[in-house]
Design a protein around this ligand. Structure first.
Ligand code: GLY
Length: 392
């Protein structure tokens, strides 16, 4: 049986590589040429690129902090790893130094996104101790948000803000799963179990409460911080409380695949595959594999696509393939073929020097609709690097 499976996989790989030999490197080179323009702008402005405005001008990460600030230096680190070109390393360091002090923030859950994707890469690539300490500090800040009664890290603070207007007490968003990676990493590099224990508890609580029977997930769960009971299951960035916001599905898929990487606990792999099946078999999953911004958006097919969801899903499928005899490889390749086409990849010098067009930040908030976004490029580059590792 194993021989048959391996033979099938071998033929699938040959078929894919015959179709587009060394596709990933060609696309990475093209992306690198485009992003070199963004690098020049970022260094000149001493800022971190986020997107473009309605006039097509570049806009930068928000003050006083921004959940997306780690993606640009992370993209630069990936380009440095691929090319060995010191210009990328310098750009990565310049960008991440702009927010190094955010490691001590305890009012935000996105420290995993921000620090693991940048300083985490810096540490893994250079082995320099100073980067390791930043990761540990960020993880220590993140775990202050863990509540034992709930079994989760709180996502957003409820102060005098839109979250408080919704009456929430302890909101946890599905995206928060992505912040667990820094905790698994810091457990491995320090040998301290506490970070891993919190990551596993958060992953288990979210698995129990956030997911529906069909494998889709809610965006926001509000908990009672005293009893740990779920108070409401709603959305902030999706079309409706009961809909499946595409990037939320992508985060869940990516994160449970990552949880399996660190724990080898099969229940995480099973959930990742369940989410994959939800995505792939959904009647509104488009032919080209790049989701509409919400699987239940009311005016499909006249709804914006979200290329960032496509890029996250492609990258997750490539890792999931490693644990499933290559089962999701062809789906990843299909999405990446679409993203690399002129339908989603910008012409050189256009799109504010970002690679991908047609991303959606948040439609309910009227933010960043049909624009380039730094995290879309990050996961696109990551997916291409993962494909390249497979020799494709
Ligand atoms: N965590 C925010 C987003 O995915 O938009």
């Amino acid at each position: 049986m194993k021989i048959i499976k391996s033979t099938v996989l071998l033929f699938a790989l040959i078929a894919i590589s015959c179709k587009s030999p060394k596709t990933s490197e060609t696309r990475l080179k093209k992306s690198e040429r485009q992003l070199a323009g963004l690098r020049a702008l970022a260094l000149k402005e001493k800022k971190i690129p986020r997107s473009i405005n309605k006039k097509g001008e570049n806009i930068w990460t928000r003050q006083p902090y921004d959940w997306t600030e780690g993606f640009w230096p992370g993209t630069c680190w990936m380009q440095y790893e691929r090319t060995g070109d010191a210009k990328w390393k310098e750009a990565a360091i310049a960008a991440q130094n702009l927010y190094i002090h955010h490691k001590d923030l305890t009012n935000d859950h996105d420290l995993g996104f921000i620090f693991n994707n940048s300083f985490g890469k810096a540490y893994r690539m250079t082995g320099e101790e100073k980067y390791k300490q930043v990761l540990i500090d960020a993880a220590n800040s993140l775990i202050t948000r863990f509540n034992k009664n709930v079994g989760c890290i709180q996502s957003w603070d409820v102060i005098d803000n839109w979250q408080s207007k919704r009456g929430w007490k302890f909101p946890v968003i599905v995206d928060n799963l992505m912040n667990l990676e820094i905790l698994f990493e810091v457990s491995e590099i320090t040998g301290e179990n506490i970070y891993r224990k919190i990551a596993v508890t958060h992953a288990d609580t979210t698995m129990k409460n956030h997911f529906r029977a069909d494998g889709s997930s809610y965006h926001v769960l509000d908990y009672d911080p005293e009893t740990g009971a779920v108070s409401s299951k709603v959305t902030a960035q999706g079309h409706a409380d009961e809909s499946a916001w595409s990037r939320g599905q992508a985060w869940g898929l990516y994160a449970y695949t990552m949880c399996y990487r660190y724990t080898k606990d099969k229940k995480y792999l099973d959930l990742a595959e369940k989410i994959a099946n939800f995505i792939l078999n959904h009647p509104n999953y488009p032919e080209d594999g790049v989701p509409y911004w919400d699987f239940n958006a009311p005016d499909i097919p006249d709804e914006p696509r979200d290329a960032s969801s496509g890029a996250i899903i492609a990258s997750a499928f490539l890792e999931l393939s490693n644990y499933t005899d290559g089962k999701y490889l062809k789906h990843a390749v299909h999405i990446l073929d679409s993203l690399a086409s002129s339908a989603y990849t910008a012409e050189p010098g256009e799109n504010g020097h970002f690679v991908l067009m047609h991303n959606v930040g948040s439609i309910p908030h009227g933010n960043e609709i049909d624009v380039p976004i730094n995290y879309a490029d990050y996961y696109y580059i990551e997916a291409l690097c993962r494909l390249k590792e497979k020799g494709l």
